[in-house]
Design a binder for this molecule. Structure first.
Ligand SMILES: *Cc1c(COP(=O)(O)O)cnc(C)c1O
Length: 341
């Protein structure tokens, strides 16, 4: 496969138009087969449900080239399942999970020239999404929907090494108890924009959100879950019904327990105990793990022992093991790596 002439190291995280995208419409109570198109534009009625009442959700995953030259995706079945769950919560008709995976494969295959080569650090980011497309003026679910998947090459997340970031505890809340924090809905991001712009203006890379009801427990950031490491090497990740179930986090916890033989805990984490952890990181598809060096809050700051120059030792081991599995350098658990043929 002849690759596009792109400077993979310097493309950053932005939209680059690729050759083909997948489109399927839902009408009269059923999803049509759908297929690939070259047209990147969407023409919608001015009153479309998505435009009026934000009835939209999305997913995010990556395709990349392994060490032995295969083009693969990482656990797309979990994205299919999560989008199914999200759709139900938003009163949208779920796109069939098997067809979701087929469509992901078709989009990657059709844009294989944009899948960055092994070792470049870049990947092909895949964005499945769905929205209400027919006119809706009274508040109710749309009757018609469009499901689409596009792909765009993105550069290495860490340029010049994964430097720890400084984050802050947000004064805003991300998700209410019994709300929509656990689903990948656009609305969760719309309301996070003011909070992240505020954090950036104050010099912080990310927001740590606490639980909205008591503001005593750690939830997540706007787009990544937390993992912590205790001083005796246990990997801890916060549990809450309003946290988005990150596929990266679930994979890291599996790797920690079953590949590295570490003790793992998925439980409520109070903000009070964060100062006692040895390491802190953010996990999500984009960065895999971003190390957190410091957390600044109203009454002080928490500086983790690994400092601001490098990842903590356990975080690094988790990062190296998961990326090793993804890139085909280490054996993957059954079903994690899906080849594009
Ligand atoms: C997408 C997302 C994550 C990360 O999930 P991955 O499946 O690991 O990419 C974490 N938190 C929120 C709020 C998200 O939207």
């Amino acid at each position: 496969m002849e690759k596009k002439n792109i400077d993979w190291a310097s493309i950053g995280f932005g939209y680059v138009k690729t050759d083909k995208r997948f489109v399927a419409n839902y009408k009269n109570g059923a999803w049509e087969e759908g297929g690939l198109t070259e047209d990147e534009n969407i023409v919608l009625n001015e009153c479309a449900g998505v435009l009026q009442y934000a009835q939209t959700c999305f997913e995010g995953l990556k395709a990349y080239t392994t060490e032995d030259g295969r083009t693969v995706c990482f656990r797309p079945d979990l994205n299919a399942k999560r989008m199914h769950d999200t759709a139900l919560r938003l009163e949208m008709p779920p796109f069939p999970e098997d067809k979701f995976i087929e469509a992901v494969k078709a989009v990657v295959k059709a844009n294989e020239a944009y899948v960055p080569p092994y070792g470049s650090g870049a990947t092909l980011y895949i964005r499945p999404y769905m929205f209400g497309s027919n006119p809706v003026i009274g508040v109710k679910p749309a009757d018609e929907y469009q499901f689409r998947i596009f792909a765009t090459p993105v550069g290495p997340y860490f340029k010049g090494g994964a430097k720890p970031i400084t984050i802050t505890v947000s004064d805003f809340d991300r998700a209410a108890p019994h709300g929509t924090g656990h689903i990948k809905a656009g609305l969760n991001y719309a309301m996070s924009l003011h909070a992240i712009v505020t954090a950036h203006n104050n010099g912080f890379a990310e927001n740590m959100y606490l639980d909205a009801a008591t503001r005593t427990k750690v939830e997540e950031t706007g787009g990544a879950n937390f993992i912590f490491v205790t001083k005796d090497g246990t990997v801890v990740t916060p549990k809450s019904d309003s946290i988005l179930p990150s596929i990266t986090r679930r994979s890291i916890m599996h790797v920690a327990e079953h590949v590295l033989g570490l003790k793992v805990e998925h439980r409520e984490v109070t903000f009070e105990e964060v100062k006692d952890f040895a390491e802190c990181g953010l996990c999500g598809t984009a960065a895999v793990i971003s190390p957190v060096g410091k957390i600044v809050y109203k009454d002080g700051e928490i500086a983790f022992p690994a400092g601001m120059e490098e990842m903590g030792p356990v975080t690094k081991k988790l990062y190296d093991t998961l990326t090793g599995i993804q890139m085909g350098r280490l054996e993957a658990p059954e079903g994690w790596i899906v080849e594009i043929d």
